[in-house]
Design a protein around this ligand. Structure first.
Ligand code: SAM
Length: 205
């Protein structure tokens, strides 16, 4: 015979098991979401050149701006634009076309939102693509905060693909190009190159 106490215990066990299922689904969903976001940050480690997300310091951003004409219609591209701080800074500097190319889609969306917050959305564009496959020809200035291992190959790509470019390199120089100027020392060092001065016959195509 089923007593009233038995029936209350059965109902409570059933509702606890439903609660348990909901809790498992919620924590599982959160865990999966965190893993998906983290995967985008870890993915660069498995590429040929491991270029992790390390944002520029405020001093580094100031040093970059030193080489870019204020309030100009030049086209500037930050390759590996991270959270968009350099692109936003160049737009605030008055550059009409400030673009960033970045592999991590979360950082791309964050950058777009940050540009909106800083009131420079219309002057900026963030593209989610691999920098090695990105067409650099439309730009006048390219900014790179890379890693030492990639700089030689990047220099070759820049010279062969877009020999008209002015290049601003943060923290690591291009070993195969002679800089026109260098600012600061240590982590905030920034090098400025004019590729057409290394190759006087180069023409913008
Ligand atoms: C050192 S951080 C520089 C971030 C930003 N430029 C700054 O100065 O604050 C390099 C960025 O490049 C991105 N990255 C790595 N490999 C890439 C690739 N193949 N194509 C595009 N972006 C890449 C990383 O996700 C990271 O955000």
């Amino acid at each position: 015979m089923v007593t009233q106490t038995d029936s209350i215990a059965a109902t409570s066990a059933k509702s606890m098991s439903n609660g348990g299922k909901v809790l498992t689904a919620v924590t599982g969903g959160i865990g999966l979401g965190i893993s998906i976001v983290c995967a985008s940050f870890v993915a660069p480690a498995f590429r040929r050149f491991c270029l992790p997300y390390v944002p520029s310091t405020a001093e580094q951003v100031r040093n970059v701006l030193h080489f870019i004409p204020r309030n100009s219609a030049v086209r500037v591209l930050d390759i590996g634009s991270g959270d968009g701080r350099i692109v936003i800074a160049t737009a605030q500097h008055g550059v009409k076309y400030s673009h960033g190319v970045e592999l991590n889609p979360w950082l791309v969306w964050y950058s777009r939102f940050a540009a909106l917050r800083h009131g420079v959305y219309s002057k900026t564009e963030f593209i989610c693509k691999d920098l090695w496959k990105f067409d650099l020809k439309p730009y006048d200035y390219v900014i790179i905060f890379g890693v030492e291992q990639m700089m030689n190959e990047l220099g070759n790509k820049l010279i062969s693909q877009a020999p008209h470019l002015k290049v601003i390199a943060c923290r690591y120089p291009l070993p195969n190009v002679k800089p026109l100027a260098t600012i600061d020392a240590g982590l905030n060092t920034v090098w400025f190159y004019n590729l057409s001065e290394n190759n006087p016959n180069s023409q913008r195509s």
